[in-house]
Design a protein around this ligand. Sequence first.
Ligand SMILES: [Zn+2]
Ligand SMILES: [Zn+2]
Length: 387
Amino acid sequence: MEEIYMKGFVGRRAWCSEKVHLKSYFEKYSDTLCEVANKRISEIDILQQFVPQSNQLSQEELFKLIDIMTGEQLTTLLDEDVLKKKIISSKKNTKPSTSSVADEANPSSSFSKGSYQWQRQDRLRSDKFQVVRREVVLDATEKVGPKNLLPNRDFMVSFRIHDPFSHTVGDNSRPGSCSQQINVLGQQFLTALKDKIVCESDFQDTRGDVSEQPDAPVTLRARELYESSMFYFDNTFYIDTRNNENVDYSKTIKEWGTKRGILFGGTKQMERTLVEDLEIRFGYPYLYLHQGCCEHVVIINDARLLTPKDSLFGFDYPLMTKVSHKNLIHCMTCSRFPAKWIVRGSDRLAHDPTYQCKTCFKLLHYKNGKKIGKFTAYQYWQRSTIL
Ligand SMILES: [Zn+2]
Ligand SMILES: [Zn+2]
């Protein structure tokens, strides 16, 4: 499969790293760090170890090179204070004046004020149905249980889970926005990652139309009924077989591939595969499939040794570090509250289907607790209201 994705795109897929076997890489890296700490190897020794050509340089040239390579060179030219001042001044410049003095002095200011209000109204109008996508950084560490992780020895891998999206062939195809970033320890199984992924399709009510008894509690959600899921890393399928009744999604894909001459790798058990055993490319689009057809692009964007500043409590992992506010669907009647119901075939509503909040749904379709009119109703759980 990688042959197809990378074929002819060597330059354009430059953001994908070379393949890295996580366990062997970090063992070697950790050993090197210990060696440096124990033997106190000089910077010149390290440089000559990793850049053999540096043997040909003179002592003066070596020191000059070390100065250039120092970590301080990585600091930004703008320190924090300067940056803050720049942000404040830019805000002042963009904010329109509302004083009458300013209006008199500058005839065009009324236009800019109107333009500003229009932009604000336009923004509010667009926010009515959609919340602006943005990532929220979380610090969800609870620091409970045994402190059993070692800095500079244990490592974590950062997975970014993207929303499902409609793929089209060509350059216009864009992956869905990243919905979660999850840090998983190398020593954890892939099932730990799977159990941390929150997708709204897992939370939907499986009863279907509940218009007769809208207040009856949900008894069975989709994730409890359909537990099957699969990761696809490095041309190998990893399926969840914790439940004997789970479906092997890889079987159908392999059959499809055989008919088209595409060779897929083997199938392994998710609950028996450690994250550190993966051989992956950073920046490469991998896959998480669940609920039969809900496909999420999974991108590994970072992996690093734990430091003393990280949580060293094993129970804190997998750790969700970022979450995005997915577009929130509001009630189509009041445009104020998040939609909680999907109503179909209602003779009281203009749209089919119609998204409604709890209040509007009850006010329009029930009298004294009894259903009035003809319609079907389905509970709708949005990820933004679950998280
Ligand atoms: Zn999903
Ligand atoms: Zn409403």
